[in-house]
Design a protein around this ligand. Structure first.
Ligand SMILES: [Zn+2]
Length: 304
């Protein structure tokens, strides 16, 4: 199994178009201590030929161009056989609409995410202009399913693991919260190798801990280092936990949990542009290194 991080930033990317924070300004100025990042997404393959997107970020067009394995092999073609959505956030789904052009795709999503996309969004019809263009496959918590794309079986299975999250901002008041609003994905290949992809997680659970301990590698929510990261900058009144992200630092932070996991690789993704771990040499980045946790970047690969 091969996984490539296409984008490692949280929603908005780094830099974010309307943000002048110290990190975003440093990226724009070309400082060597911080690199630009596109919005969180990954591609995974069991055979090196057919690829599946894990979330489809608003940056998907540039992300496909940045990775040779995703380029067309013929006049009209894509090695992308499908996409898996972990939630219905704009950051996780907006890129789907870039993937129109009458290209067949298999889309894996929970009922809550599918309803948000199909019942509250006329744009989805551009992906369903004719029968067979988009094949919806339902993800149900705990149900292991084979990952099958337009080119057939991938050799991978996927287990959706419900994790604490929230209804997408644009769905507040339209849909009641559901346990399948937000998923982690446990990907497993025929050799028994596994990767847990959990880009957004509001809090720990016993099930998350169990699945993470069983995985060879984990890609985890690195959105915020501190719970008050945005409130201290005066950018919002909502804490990291209010925004359904488990912060890394502090006595109850996710870093302590990650440090104790037996996974061979522990990688942060979905990192907000405000996060001090984005700067090489920062004390927060040093704390990660000491805990054996990697800072994800666009183009990072995991091969098992
Ligand atoms: Zn910023």
């Amino acid at each position: 199994m091969r996984l490539r991080v296409l984008g490692s930033a949280a929603g908005g990317g780094s830099p974010q178009w309307n943000c002048g924070c110290a990190n975003c300004a440093a990226v724009r100025a070309g400082h060597a201590s911080i690199e630009p990042r596109t919005q969180a997404s990954a591609a995974v393959s069991g055979d090196g030929r057919q690829w599946f997107l894990l979330n489809v970020s608003p940056d998907i067009r540039a992300q496909i161009e940045s990775f040779h394995a995703l380029h067309p092999r013929r006049l009209r073609d894509t090695p992308i056989g499908g996409a898996v959505l972990t939630n219905g956030d704009v950051d996780a789904c907006l890129g789907l609409f870039i993937l129109r052009e009458d290209q067949p795709l298999v889309l894996y999503a929970s009922e809550a995410v599918e309803r948000g996309l199909r019942e509250h969004n006329a744009l989805t019809r551009t992906l369903e202009r004719r029968p067979g263009q988009l094949t919806w496959t339902r993800l149900r918590a705990g149900e292991v399913v084979p990952l099958v794309g337009t080119a057939g079986p991938s050799g991978l299975t996927i287990e959706p693991v419900p994790v604490p999250g929230t209804v997408p901002l644009h769905m507040k008041g339209l849909a009641a919260p559901s346990p399948d609003d937000n998923l982690a994905l446990l990907l497993r290949d025929a050799h028994g190798h596994s990767i847990l992809y959990a880009p957004t997680t509001a809090a720990p659970t016993a099930l998350l801990d169990e699945r993470a301990r069983s995985a060879d590698a984990i890609l985890f929510d690195g959105t915020f280092f501190r719970d008050d990261e945005l409130t201290s900058l005066g950018l919002t009144t909502r804490s990291a936990r209010d925004m359904a992200h488990w912060p890394l630092g502090g006595p109850e932070g996710s870093l302590g949990w990650l440090a104790g996991l037996p996974c061979r690789r522990k990688i942060l993704t979905h990192i907000n542009n405000s996060n001090p771990i984005l700067r090489t040499g920062s004390p927060e980045r040093e704390a990660l290194a000491a805990a054996g946790v990697e800072v994800g970047f666009d183009g990072l690969e995991v091969e098992l």
